[in-house]
Write a protein that binds this ligand. Structure first.
Ligand SMILES: [Zn+2]
Ligand SMILES: [Zn+2]
Length: 476
């Protein structure tokens, strides 16, 4: 395999792995090149260190490493993850995804938090300044506290078990979490991270909600560069990140450094986060004038004098606490527990459901909704797939070799037949749906003609254009 040559700084032995069998650390001494690696020995040695691999029945490898220095992770880590049934991301960390939801207040009972534990975590008083004694008193969420989805609990417990065993057997340290049940996770630190960004935000897990959501303060979501509109972000355990993350594992290719916690925000400064979070209002009730001016469709900016928002509190002690809200809820998990988007299967089903909602809401014109979906999603998808089809690679059916362009010989070097890697079905995916919708909602001709034009293009690609050559006689 292709790996960097390393040399142990203690015993001088050449090595493929970072940790030498003598316990020393092997540093890179040469560029990556193909070498013979005694993989079975490394595996057996790892099993000795781990005192067995548990019940692993199958080991899978990768064809090659994608990172620049071809740095492998310690095999012990992979074996332990398999043993604890958890998955690894390209940067060496293990994550759990949840839909972002903002929240500023909660009752301990809503998140499975006992009064004693809440007080220990610093929630000593409720919003009225009364001492916290009952689990249904409302308290204000601290800006870096995180309420995970209940579904994340068992998985995160497995991650803690993995980290603990790794600490004990591989690093020869004391276990850290010693968690058995999900409530044992309460009080531990996590890192929140949004896709396509490289900045993690430190948070503290304080409880679990019944939805598939990650409830956190608007500041927390904004610090991850999110505007709280239902995106899906992940959390990882801080210790997993500290032990297992490495920039060396990240793929060399463009975008390889995305989705990895290259920097970690340990303390949220409200002044540094997205302005959208500054627009959150912090009042206990709105003045009558607000409603009157709203009836006149006044520009929100004109009302800033009579409204109190986070922006006005920046730089003061009140920027972190003392926020108000206007309406009570019975339970923060009272709404839908999971999004219909994940429940509904095919795109056509999702589309029908969206049309149904558009029909019910008087303020929404379903014709406009359908036009927009076709224009902004289906047409770009059709065009994109059409292009991909034309530029696709071909694959040998015998040896699986891939070609960027079909070779002139029309055969693979091994003699096998070549086949397409993208098929007709993928190209035409949304064509029928688009055409049907255009007819059903009597959408504008212009949109209809655009889709018809794409259909003609696709047809001319897949079907023989039946142009019969007239013979010279016919002209005579
Ligand atoms: Zn050594
Ligand atoms: Zn071949």
């Amino acid at each position: 395999m292709e790996v960097s040559a390393r040399k142990c700084d203690k015993c001088g032995k050449k090595n493929a792995q970072i940790r030498c069998s003598c316990g020393g650390r092997a540093e890179i001494i040469d560029e990556p090149r193909k070498q013979r690696i005694p993989i079975e020995n490394i595996y057996r040695q790892a099993l000795v260190i781990l005192e067995g691999g548990g019940n692993i029945s199958r080991l899978k490898g990768v064809k090659r490493m994608m990172n620049k220095t071809k740095t492998p992770e310690a095999m012990e880590k992979g074996i332990l993850r398999a043993k604890h049934d958890i998955y690894v991301f390209k940067d060496g960390t293990t994550r759990y995804d949840m839909t972002d939801l903002p929240v500023t207040h909660f009752k301990p009972k809503e998140i499975g938090l006992s009064v004693e534990r809440a007080v220990e975590l610093g929630y000593t008083h409720d919003i009225h300044g009364e001492e916290l004694k009952e689990e249904d008193q409302v308290v204000e969420l601290m800006v870096q506290d995180f309420i995970a989805s209940k579904s994340a609990g068992p998985y995160l417990v497995k991650v803690t078990n993995f980290v603990d065993e790794l600490l004990e057997k591989y690093y020869e340290l004391e276990p850290f979490y010693e968690a058995e049940k999900t409530t044992d996770l309460i009080g531990h630190l996590v890192v929140g991270l949004a896709p396509h960004t490289s900045g993690g935000v430190l948070g503290r897990l304080i409880g679990f909600n019944k939805g598939k959501a990650g409830y956190a303060h608007p500041f927390f979501h904004a610090a991850k560069r999110r505007n709280c509109d239902g995106d899906e972000d992940c959390i990882m355990l801080l210790l997993d990140g500290l032990l297992n993350f490495s920039q060396s594992f990240l793929p060399e290719k463009r975008g390889g450094k995305m989705d990895a916690p290259l920097v970690l925000t340990t303390r949220i400064n409200p002044d540094e986060i997205d302005k959208e979070a500054h627009n959150v209002d912090t009042m206990w009730n709105y003045p009558l004038e607000f409603y009157q001016r709203a009836m006149d469709f006044a520009d929100p900016k004109e009302l800033m004098d009579i409204m109190e928002t986070v922006e006005k509190r920046l730089g003061t002690e009140k920027q972190y606490e003392g926020f108000g809200y206007t309406h009570e809820t019975l339970d923060i998990s009272e709404g839908p527990k999971s999004s219909n988007y994940t429940r509904l299967g095919k795109m056509t089903e999702k589309m029908e459901a969206q049309i149904q909602v558009a029909k019910i809401i008087r303020a929404v014109d379903e014709h406009d909704v359908v036009s927009r979906v076709i224009q902004d999603h289906f047409i770009p998808d059709l065009m994109g797939n059409f292009n991909k089809f034309c530029l696709q690679r071909v694959r040998c059916t015998k040896c699986n070799k891939k070609y960027r362009r079909p070779p002139l010989s029309d055969k693979c070097t091994c003699g096998g037949n070549l086949t397409l890697t993208i098929h007709k079905g993928g190209v035409k995916k949304y064509l029928d749906t688009s055409l049907k919708m255009i007819e059903r909602f009597e959408l504008p001709d212009y949109l209809g003609q655009r889709v018809k034009q794409i259909e003609e293009q696709i047809d001319s690609l897949f079907e023989n254009d039946k142009v019969s050559m007239p013979s010279l006689d016919e002209f005579m």
